[in-house]
Design a protein around this ligand. Structure first.
Ligand code: GLA
Length: 409
Protein backbone atom coordinates (compact mmCIF):
# COMPACT_ATOMS: atom_id res chain seq x y z
CA UNK A 1 0.00 0.00 0.00
CA UNK A 2 1.30 3.43 -0.89
CA UNK A 3 1.65 5.92 1.94
CA UNK A 4 -1.63 7.70 2.44
CA UNK A 5 -1.82 11.34 3.43
CA UNK A 6 -3.43 11.95 6.80
CA UNK A 7 -6.94 13.29 6.35
CA UNK A 8 -7.18 17.05 6.41
CA UNK A 9 -10.32 17.73 8.44
CA UNK A 10 -12.12 20.58 6.78
CA UNK A 11 -15.16 20.65 9.02
CA UNK A 12 -15.34 21.45 12.74
CA UNK A 13 -15.25 18.40 14.97
CA UNK A 14 -18.50 17.32 16.47
CA UNK A 15 -18.45 18.20 20.14
CA UNK A 16 -18.93 15.23 22.42
CA UNK A 17 -17.23 16.42 25.59
CA UNK A 18 -18.35 15.51 29.05
CA UNK A 19 -17.92 18.30 31.60
CA UNK A 20 -14.86 18.11 33.87
CA UNK A 21 -16.06 16.35 37.01
CA UNK A 22 -14.16 15.09 40.03
CA UNK A 23 -12.84 11.71 38.96
CA UNK A 24 -13.88 9.01 41.46
CA UNK A 25 -10.72 6.95 40.81
CA UNK A 26 -8.43 9.91 41.54
CA UNK A 27 -10.42 10.78 44.66
CA UNK A 28 -10.19 7.20 45.97
CA UNK A 29 -6.44 7.08 45.23
CA UNK A 30 -5.86 10.35 47.10
CA UNK A 31 -7.88 9.06 50.08
CA UNK A 32 -5.81 5.90 50.09
CA UNK A 33 -2.58 7.96 50.16
CA UNK A 34 -3.87 9.79 53.22
CA UNK A 35 -4.69 6.46 54.89
CA UNK A 36 -1.35 4.75 54.08
CA UNK A 37 1.18 7.59 54.29
CA UNK A 38 -0.69 10.30 56.23
CA UNK A 39 -1.06 13.80 54.76
CA UNK A 40 -2.41 14.94 51.43
CA UNK A 41 -0.62 13.98 48.18
CA UNK A 42 1.07 16.79 46.28
CA UNK A 43 0.47 15.33 42.85
CA UNK A 44 -2.21 13.09 41.37
CA UNK A 45 -2.10 11.67 37.87
CA UNK A 46 -4.50 9.56 35.87
CA UNK A 47 -3.84 7.82 32.55
CA UNK A 48 -6.69 6.06 30.74
CA UNK A 49 -7.00 2.65 29.10
CA UNK A 50 -8.15 2.40 25.49
CA UNK A 51 -10.50 0.58 23.18
CA UNK A 52 -9.46 0.18 19.59
CA UNK A 53 -12.27 1.00 17.14
CA UNK A 54 -10.43 -0.66 14.28
CA UNK A 55 -6.85 -1.38 13.14
CA UNK A 56 -5.90 -4.53 15.08
CA UNK A 57 -2.39 -6.00 14.90
CA UNK A 58 -1.41 -3.28 12.44
CA UNK A 59 0.65 -1.05 14.76
CA UNK A 60 3.76 -3.25 14.83
CA UNK A 61 3.49 -3.56 11.03
CA UNK A 62 3.85 0.22 10.58
CA UNK A 63 0.15 0.45 9.70
CA UNK A 64 -2.87 2.51 10.79
CA UNK A 65 -4.90 2.32 14.01
CA UNK A 66 -7.97 4.08 15.40
CA UNK A 67 -8.13 3.73 19.20
CA UNK A 68 -9.96 5.92 21.70
CA UNK A 69 -8.85 6.58 25.27
CA UNK A 70 -11.62 5.66 27.72
CA UNK A 71 -12.87 7.11 30.98
CA UNK A 72 -11.23 4.47 33.19
CA UNK A 73 -7.56 3.82 33.80
CA UNK A 74 -4.81 4.00 36.40
CA UNK A 75 -4.19 6.74 38.98
CA UNK A 76 -1.09 7.59 41.03
CA UNK A 77 -1.19 10.02 43.96
CA UNK A 78 1.86 10.95 46.00
CA UNK A 79 4.84 13.22 46.44
CA UNK A 80 8.51 13.52 45.46
CA UNK A 81 11.32 12.45 47.82
CA UNK A 82 14.71 14.08 48.01
CA UNK A 83 16.53 10.78 47.45
CA UNK A 84 16.41 8.04 44.80
CA UNK A 85 14.04 5.68 46.59
CA UNK A 86 10.54 4.80 45.35
CA UNK A 87 7.95 3.62 47.86
CA UNK A 88 4.85 2.49 46.07
CA UNK A 89 1.65 1.04 47.53
CA UNK A 90 -0.79 -0.78 45.25
CA UNK A 91 -4.30 -0.29 46.60
CA UNK A 92 -5.55 -3.10 44.32
CA UNK A 93 -2.99 -5.73 45.39
CA UNK A 94 -2.65 -4.32 48.94
CA UNK A 95 1.10 -4.68 48.60
CA UNK A 96 3.98 -2.27 49.01
CA UNK A 97 7.10 -2.22 46.83
CA UNK A 98 10.30 -0.33 47.61
CA UNK A 99 13.18 0.08 45.20
CA UNK A 100 16.09 2.33 44.38
CA UNK A 101 16.25 4.10 41.03
CA UNK A 102 19.92 3.01 40.94
CA UNK A 103 19.10 -0.68 40.91
CA UNK A 104 16.04 -1.68 38.87
CA UNK A 105 15.21 -5.39 38.58
CA UNK A 106 11.95 -7.23 37.90
CA UNK A 107 10.37 -8.84 40.99
CA UNK A 108 8.14 -11.87 40.27
CA UNK A 109 6.37 -11.35 43.63
CA UNK A 110 5.35 -7.81 42.68
CA UNK A 111 4.81 -7.83 38.93
CA UNK A 112 2.66 -4.69 39.11
CA UNK A 113 5.70 -2.66 40.23
CA UNK A 114 7.79 -3.90 37.27
CA UNK A 115 5.83 -1.61 34.94
CA UNK A 116 6.89 1.41 36.99
CA UNK A 117 10.49 0.18 37.21
CA UNK A 118 10.51 -0.43 33.45
CA UNK A 119 9.39 3.16 32.80
CA UNK A 120 12.00 4.54 35.21
CA UNK A 121 14.67 2.48 33.49
CA UNK A 122 13.69 3.75 30.03
CA UNK A 123 13.49 7.39 31.11
CA UNK A 124 16.91 7.14 32.74
CA UNK A 125 18.35 5.55 29.61
CA UNK A 126 16.90 8.56 27.75
CA UNK A 127 19.01 10.84 29.97
CA UNK A 128 16.30 12.08 32.34
CA UNK A 129 17.33 12.50 35.96
CA UNK A 130 14.61 11.07 38.19
CA UNK A 131 13.83 11.69 41.83
CA UNK A 132 12.35 9.05 44.11
CA UNK A 133 8.76 9.35 45.33
CA UNK A 134 6.17 7.77 47.56
CA UNK A 135 2.77 7.14 46.09
CA UNK A 136 -0.37 5.06 45.98
CA UNK A 137 -1.38 3.30 42.79
CA UNK A 138 -4.92 2.27 41.89
CA UNK A 139 -6.77 1.24 38.73
CA UNK A 140 -10.38 0.75 37.68
CA UNK A 141 -9.97 -1.10 34.38
CA UNK A 142 -10.63 -4.82 34.22
CA UNK A 143 -7.09 -6.27 34.18
CA UNK A 144 -5.87 -8.54 31.39
CA UNK A 145 -9.03 -7.86 29.38
CA UNK A 146 -7.38 -6.16 26.42
CA UNK A 147 -8.18 -2.59 27.51
CA UNK A 148 -4.53 -1.64 28.05
CA UNK A 149 -4.42 -1.54 31.80
CA UNK A 150 -0.65 -2.02 31.48
CA UNK A 151 -0.11 0.89 29.06
CA UNK A 152 -2.26 3.09 31.30
CA UNK A 153 -0.03 2.19 34.27
CA UNK A 154 3.14 2.87 32.27
CA UNK A 155 1.89 6.23 31.01
CA UNK A 156 0.66 7.20 34.48
CA UNK A 157 4.10 6.33 35.89
CA UNK A 158 5.92 8.34 33.20
CA UNK A 159 3.70 11.40 33.72
CA UNK A 160 4.08 11.09 37.50
CA UNK A 161 7.90 10.97 37.22
CA UNK A 162 7.74 13.95 34.86
CA UNK A 163 5.84 16.01 37.41
CA UNK A 164 7.58 14.91 40.61
CA UNK A 165 11.08 15.14 39.08
CA UNK A 166 10.34 18.54 37.51
CA UNK A 167 11.06 17.36 33.97
CA UNK A 168 9.71 18.29 30.60
CA UNK A 169 9.49 15.10 28.55
CA UNK A 170 8.35 15.50 24.93
CA UNK A 171 5.11 13.58 24.29
CA UNK A 172 6.61 11.17 21.79
CA UNK A 173 9.54 10.35 24.03
CA UNK A 174 7.19 9.64 26.90
CA UNK A 175 5.03 7.36 24.74
CA UNK A 176 8.09 5.50 23.42
CA UNK A 177 9.47 5.03 26.94
CA UNK A 178 6.16 3.46 28.00
CA UNK A 179 6.21 1.09 25.01
CA UNK A 180 9.88 0.19 25.53
CA UNK A 181 9.19 -0.55 29.22
CA UNK A 182 6.62 -3.16 28.19
CA UNK A 183 8.96 -4.64 25.56
CA UNK A 184 12.00 -4.83 27.82
CA UNK A 185 10.64 -5.38 31.34
CA UNK A 186 7.45 -7.33 30.61
CA UNK A 187 8.61 -9.14 27.48
CA UNK A 188 5.61 -8.46 25.19
CA UNK A 189 6.76 -7.04 21.85
CA UNK A 190 3.71 -4.77 21.66
CA UNK A 191 3.36 -1.81 19.31
CA UNK A 192 2.95 1.87 20.06
CA UNK A 193 -0.83 2.18 19.85
CA UNK A 194 -1.75 1.71 23.52
CA UNK A 195 0.56 4.23 25.22
CA UNK A 196 -0.08 6.69 22.37
CA UNK A 197 -3.83 6.56 22.95
CA UNK A 198 -3.43 6.66 26.73
CA UNK A 199 -1.27 9.78 26.59
CA UNK A 200 -2.75 11.68 23.64
CA UNK A 201 -6.42 10.64 23.47
CA UNK A 202 -9.10 13.34 23.28
CA UNK A 203 -12.63 13.38 24.67
CA UNK A 204 -15.21 12.57 22.00
CA UNK A 205 -12.56 11.53 19.47
CA UNK A 206 -10.75 8.49 18.22
CA UNK A 207 -7.05 8.81 17.50
CA UNK A 208 -6.17 8.14 13.87
CA UNK A 209 -2.51 7.22 14.05
CA UNK A 210 -0.06 6.37 11.30
CA UNK A 211 2.31 4.03 13.16
CA UNK A 212 5.05 4.55 10.56
CA UNK A 213 5.34 8.34 10.59
CA UNK A 214 3.56 8.77 13.96
CA UNK A 215 1.49 11.55 12.39
CA UNK A 216 -1.93 11.64 14.00
CA UNK A 217 -5.34 13.26 13.81
CA UNK A 218 -8.54 12.85 15.79
CA UNK A 219 -11.67 11.48 14.14
CA UNK A 220 -15.09 12.16 15.69
CA UNK A 221 -16.81 9.39 17.63
CA UNK A 222 -20.47 9.89 16.76
CA UNK A 223 -22.13 11.88 19.58
CA UNK A 224 -24.82 9.97 21.44
CA UNK A 225 -23.02 6.65 21.03
CA UNK A 226 -21.73 4.49 23.82
CA UNK A 227 -18.52 2.51 23.40
CA UNK A 228 -19.93 -0.70 24.89
CA UNK A 229 -17.34 -3.23 25.97
CA UNK A 230 -18.12 -6.85 26.90
CA UNK A 231 -15.49 -8.78 28.82
CA UNK A 232 -15.61 -12.47 27.86
CA UNK A 233 -13.95 -13.40 31.15
CA UNK A 234 -11.50 -15.56 29.17
CA UNK A 235 -8.05 -14.85 30.55
CA UNK A 236 -5.44 -13.97 28.00
CA UNK A 237 -2.84 -16.32 29.47
CA UNK A 238 -1.23 -17.22 26.11
CA UNK A 239 -1.42 -13.65 24.90
CA UNK A 240 2.28 -12.91 25.40
CA UNK A 241 3.75 -15.84 23.48
CA UNK A 242 1.02 -16.04 20.80
CA UNK A 243 1.28 -12.27 20.27
CA UNK A 244 5.04 -12.46 19.74
CA UNK A 245 4.49 -15.40 17.37
CA UNK A 246 2.07 -13.34 15.20
CA UNK A 247 4.65 -10.62 15.06
CA UNK A 248 7.30 -13.08 13.85
CA UNK A 249 4.93 -14.46 11.20
CA UNK A 250 4.39 -10.95 9.83
CA UNK A 251 8.14 -10.37 9.67
CA UNK A 252 8.57 -13.70 7.89
CA UNK A 253 5.85 -12.66 5.40
CA UNK A 254 7.62 -9.38 4.60
CA UNK A 255 10.95 -11.14 4.06
CA UNK A 256 9.35 -13.63 1.66
CA UNK A 257 7.30 -11.01 -0.21
CA UNK A 258 10.35 -8.77 -0.62
CA UNK A 259 11.67 -11.34 -3.10
CA UNK A 260 8.89 -10.28 -5.52
CA UNK A 261 8.37 -6.72 -4.17
CA UNK A 262 11.86 -5.35 -3.42
CA UNK A 263 10.61 -2.03 -1.95
CA UNK A 264 8.61 -3.87 0.76
CA UNK A 265 10.08 -3.02 4.17
CA UNK A 266 6.97 -3.86 6.17
CA UNK A 267 3.40 -5.02 5.49
CA UNK A 268 2.50 -1.34 5.20
CA UNK A 269 4.18 -1.42 1.79
CA UNK A 270 2.04 -4.30 0.50
CA UNK A 271 -1.37 -4.05 -1.21
CA UNK A 272 -4.09 -6.69 -1.52
CA UNK A 273 -3.19 -6.96 -5.23
CA UNK A 274 0.42 -7.70 -4.21
CA UNK A 275 -0.83 -10.47 -1.94
CA UNK A 276 -2.83 -11.99 -4.80
CA UNK A 277 0.04 -11.72 -7.21
CA UNK A 278 2.88 -12.87 -4.93
CA UNK A 279 0.95 -15.03 -2.42
CA UNK A 280 2.74 -18.09 -3.82
CA UNK A 281 5.88 -16.87 -2.01
CA UNK A 282 4.14 -17.50 1.32
CA UNK A 283 3.05 -20.61 3.20
CA UNK A 284 -0.73 -20.84 3.87
CA UNK A 285 -0.62 -19.60 7.49
CA UNK A 286 1.70 -16.66 6.84
CA UNK A 287 -0.40 -15.76 3.78
CA UNK A 288 -3.50 -15.45 5.97
CA UNK A 289 -1.64 -13.40 8.59
CA UNK A 290 -0.40 -10.96 5.93
CA UNK A 291 -3.82 -10.71 4.28
CA UNK A 292 -5.35 -9.67 7.61
CA UNK A 293 -2.86 -6.88 8.20
CA UNK A 294 -3.05 -5.52 4.66
CA UNK A 295 -6.87 -5.57 4.53
CA UNK A 296 -7.14 -4.13 8.06
CA UNK A 297 -5.01 -1.12 7.10
CA UNK A 298 -7.48 -0.33 4.32
CA UNK A 299 -10.41 -0.75 6.71
CA UNK A 300 -8.93 1.86 9.07
CA UNK A 301 -8.71 4.39 6.23
CA UNK A 302 -12.27 3.56 5.14
CA UNK A 303 -13.52 3.83 8.73
CA UNK A 304 -12.04 7.30 9.19
CA UNK A 305 -13.83 8.47 6.06
CA UNK A 306 -17.08 6.80 7.15
CA UNK A 307 -16.93 8.46 10.59
CA UNK A 308 -16.14 11.81 9.04
CA UNK A 309 -19.21 11.55 6.79
CA UNK A 310 -21.41 9.99 9.51
CA UNK A 311 -22.01 6.84 7.39
CA UNK A 312 -22.86 4.47 10.24
CA UNK A 313 -23.97 1.58 8.02
CA UNK A 314 -20.46 1.53 6.56
CA UNK A 315 -18.94 1.67 10.06
CA UNK A 316 -20.96 -1.42 10.94
CA UNK A 317 -19.81 -3.38 7.89
CA UNK A 318 -16.15 -2.46 8.44
CA UNK A 319 -16.25 -3.57 12.08
CA UNK A 320 -17.84 -6.88 11.09
CA UNK A 321 -15.25 -7.46 8.39
CA UNK A 322 -12.46 -6.66 10.83
CA UNK A 323 -13.76 -9.25 13.29
CA UNK A 324 -14.04 -11.92 10.58
CA UNK A 325 -10.52 -11.21 9.38
CA UNK A 326 -9.12 -11.43 12.93
CA UNK A 327 -11.01 -14.69 13.44
CA UNK A 328 -10.31 -16.42 10.13
CA UNK A 329 -7.03 -14.96 8.88
CA UNK A 330 -5.18 -13.78 11.97
CA UNK A 331 -6.46 -16.52 14.29
CA UNK A 332 -6.68 -14.38 17.43
CA UNK A 333 -10.39 -14.62 18.26
CA UNK A 334 -11.91 -17.40 20.35
CA UNK A 335 -15.42 -18.97 20.57
CA UNK A 336 -16.41 -16.68 23.47
CA UNK A 337 -15.51 -13.47 21.57
CA UNK A 338 -17.32 -14.79 18.47
CA UNK A 339 -20.38 -15.51 20.62
CA UNK A 340 -20.45 -11.95 22.00
CA UNK A 341 -20.26 -10.53 18.45
CA UNK A 342 -23.03 -12.91 17.36
CA UNK A 343 -25.29 -12.02 20.31
CA UNK A 344 -24.93 -8.31 19.51
CA UNK A 345 -25.49 -8.69 15.77
CA UNK A 346 -29.22 -7.93 15.53
CA UNK A 347 -29.63 -5.72 18.58
CA UNK A 348 -31.46 -2.43 17.97
CA UNK A 349 -29.27 0.67 18.02
CA UNK A 350 -26.08 -1.22 17.16
CA UNK A 351 -23.56 0.27 14.77
CA UNK A 352 -20.85 -2.34 14.75
CA UNK A 353 -19.19 -5.09 16.80
CA UNK A 354 -15.76 -6.65 16.87
CA UNK A 355 -13.16 -8.08 19.19
CA UNK A 356 -10.81 -5.35 20.41
CA UNK A 357 -7.18 -5.52 21.55
CA UNK A 358 -4.75 -8.37 21.08
CA UNK A 359 -7.43 -11.10 21.29
CA UNK A 360 -7.01 -14.69 22.63
CA UNK A 361 -9.81 -13.78 25.06
CA UNK A 362 -10.42 -10.33 26.50
CA UNK A 363 -13.13 -8.01 25.20
CA UNK A 364 -15.45 -7.12 22.35
CA UNK A 365 -16.38 -3.55 21.42
CA UNK A 366 -19.86 -2.53 20.27
CA UNK A 367 -21.00 0.91 19.14
CA UNK A 368 -24.44 1.31 20.72
CA UNK A 369 -26.84 4.25 20.57
CA UNK A 370 -27.21 5.74 24.07
CA UNK A 371 -30.98 5.10 24.20
CA UNK A 372 -30.45 1.41 23.37
CA UNK A 373 -27.69 0.81 25.95
CA UNK A 374 -29.75 -0.58 28.88
CA UNK A 375 -31.57 -3.12 26.70
CA UNK A 376 -28.31 -4.05 24.95
CA UNK A 377 -26.59 -4.66 28.27
CA UNK A 378 -29.39 -6.92 29.52
CA UNK A 379 -29.43 -9.01 26.32
CA UNK A 380 -25.64 -9.46 26.33
CA UNK A 381 -25.46 -10.43 30.00
CA UNK A 382 -28.33 -12.88 29.79
CA UNK A 383 -27.41 -14.41 26.41
CA UNK A 384 -23.73 -14.90 27.27
CA UNK A 385 -24.36 -16.36 30.71
CA UNK A 386 -26.95 -18.77 29.33
CA UNK A 387 -24.53 -20.20 26.77
CA UNK A 388 -21.26 -20.17 28.74
CA UNK A 389 -22.18 -20.05 32.41
CA UNK A 390 -19.91 -16.96 32.68
CA UNK A 391 -21.32 -13.59 33.77
CA UNK A 392 -19.69 -11.10 31.40
CA UNK A 393 -18.56 -7.66 32.50
CA UNK A 394 -20.48 -5.19 30.31
CA UNK A 395 -19.19 -1.60 30.43
CA UNK A 396 -20.27 1.71 28.91
CA UNK A 397 -17.28 3.88 28.00
CA UNK A 398 -16.92 7.33 26.48
CA UNK A 399 -13.97 8.46 24.40
CA UNK A 400 -11.97 10.44 26.98
CA UNK A 401 -8.94 12.70 27.29
CA UNK A 402 -5.45 11.24 27.61
CA UNK A 403 -3.30 11.38 30.76
CA UNK A 404 -3.99 14.21 33.20
CA UNK A 405 -1.95 15.77 35.99
CA UNK A 406 -3.72 17.29 38.97
CA UNK A 407 -2.34 18.84 42.08
CA UNK A 408 -3.09 16.48 44.92
CA UNK A 409 -4.85 18.74 47.43
C1 GLA B 1 -1.99 -5.16 22.14
C2 GLA B 1 -0.71 -4.38 21.89
C3 GLA B 1 -0.89 -3.29 20.83
C4 GLA B 1 -1.55 -3.87 19.57
C5 GLA B 1 -2.77 -4.70 19.91
C6 GLA B 1 -3.36 -5.41 18.71
O1 GLA B 1 -2.94 -4.34 22.72
O2 GLA B 1 -0.27 -3.79 23.09
O3 GLA B 1 0.34 -2.70 20.55
O4 GLA B 1 -0.62 -4.58 18.81
O5 GLA B 1 -2.48 -5.68 20.90
O6 GLA B 1 -3.84 -4.49 17.80
Amino acid sequence: MADVAIVDWKHPFTQNRVPNMPNPLIERTKDEFLRIFGGKPEVAVMAPGRVNLIGEHTDYNEGFVLPAAVDRGTALAGEARDDRKVVLYSADYRQQAEFSLDSLFPDPARRWADYVKGVADQLQRGGFHLKGFRAVLKGDLPRGAGLSSSASLEVAAAVFFQKTSGLSIPDLELVKAAQAAENAFVGVQCGIMDPFASHLGKAGRALFLDCRSLEHQWAPVPPGWTLAVCDSGVERTLAGSAYNERRRQCEEGVRALAVGIPHAKSLRDISLCDIEKHGNLLGPVVLRRCRHVVSENQRVLDMVEALKDGRLERVKVLMEESHESLRDDYGVSCPELDLLVELARNQPGLSGSRMTGAGFGGCTLHLVKDGAWEAFKAVMQEGYEKKTGIKPGVYAFRAADGAKILNGG
